[in-house]
Design a protein around this ligand. Structure first.
Ligand code: GLU
Length: 284
């Protein structure tokens, strides 16, 4: 199996030091393995993605000295592939329409519900309000969600993926407790019918024959959903490497909202690509 990975930013803001670390790490791992590292533009969120951020991504990565095969896959071109996957999951009875808004979910979650965990590591867990609705009742403006318990019950084998360290040693990780960490995730968003990240990412990793996914440890719980979707859709499950996050002086993870650590900011202040490599601990 040859090594193929990808760096997959969303053009919702400027790339920061954390992105540089992730991109350079994936790139170095591919070089080391004599494999390939692709760039993918994850621009399914039509309300937050902007062409100018996409241009900035190309510019910052080229400045860092990273090169990619072209054409670059852009998720905005891939709606029909995502829709086909939703149809398949619908035929399996795993998708339900959901009309809940953020406020409805908050209200339902704060009502006492014995035995049901209300908050997961990523915030409120969807309380299941619309879970019994069938797709024939779908109304304009509904989101589509995955029925997690039903999906997990449908599997006949344990849900496991391989995590690799930087030394290529691997260990098996069992996915567990998806109901209480992620809940019934949205696969098609209410807004503009945009495909949600969880679905788009697995369809494209499969389309691009990605063998290794290199990304931040903040996505470890999301990985469990991805492995579930890969199993349900009969897709190949890549090996994962979840790396530590680059944090600011107060140990907070970097956000696109805070420009201070933006690569463009370092560039404007005269930093070199080597300075960035050293700053993120990947200098020669
Ligand atoms: N588009 C995701 C992000 O910017 C990347 C997720 C991934 O690498 O799978 O966080």
């Amino acid at each position: 199996m040859s090594f193929k990975t990808r760096f997959a930013p969303s053009p919702t803001g400027p790339l920061h030091l954390g992105h540089a670390y992730s991109a350079i790490l994936a790139y170095n791992m591919a070089l080391e393995a004599k494999g390939e590292c692709l760039l993918r533009i994850e621009n399914t969120d039509s309300t937050r993605c902007r062409p100018e951020w996409e241009e900035q991504i190309y510019s910052d990565l080229a400045w860092l000295g990273l090169v990619w095969p072209t054409p670059v896959l852009r998720q905005s071109d891939r709606k029909s592939a995502y829709d086909a996957a939703i149809s398949k999951l619908s035929q399996m009875g795993l998708i339900f329409p959901c009309s809940c808004r953020r406020g409805d979910i908050a209200a339902a979650v704060s009502a006492p519900q014995e035995g049901v965990s209300q908050f997961g590591p990523h915030g409120r867990i969807y309380p299941g309000t619309c879970r019994d609705r069938s797709l024939s009742e779908e109304r304009k403006g509904d989101a589509l969600r995955l029925n997690i318990s039903k999906a997990v019950d449908m599997l006949t084998e344990n849900l496991i993926y391989m995590e690799t360290g930087l030394d290529a040693g691997q260990k098996a990780i069992a996915c567990k407790n998806l109901e209480n960490t992620m809940g019934d995730v949205v696969l098609r968003r209410r807004i503009h019918g945009d495909t949600a990240y969880h679905l788009a990412v697995v369809i494209d990793d499969n389309e691009q024959s990605i063998t290794h996914v290199v990304r931040g440890e903040d996505l470890q719980d999301a990985t469990q959903i991805h492995v579930l979707l890969q199993r349900l859709l009969d897709l190949k499950i890549p090996v994962f490497h979840h790396h530590a996050l680059i944090r600011d002086e107060e140990q907070k993870r970097l956000a696109k909202r805070t420009d201070a650590k933006a690569l463009s900011n370092y560039r404007a202040n005269g930093a070199t690509p080597d300075d960035i490599r050293h700053l993120v601990g990947l200098g020669f």
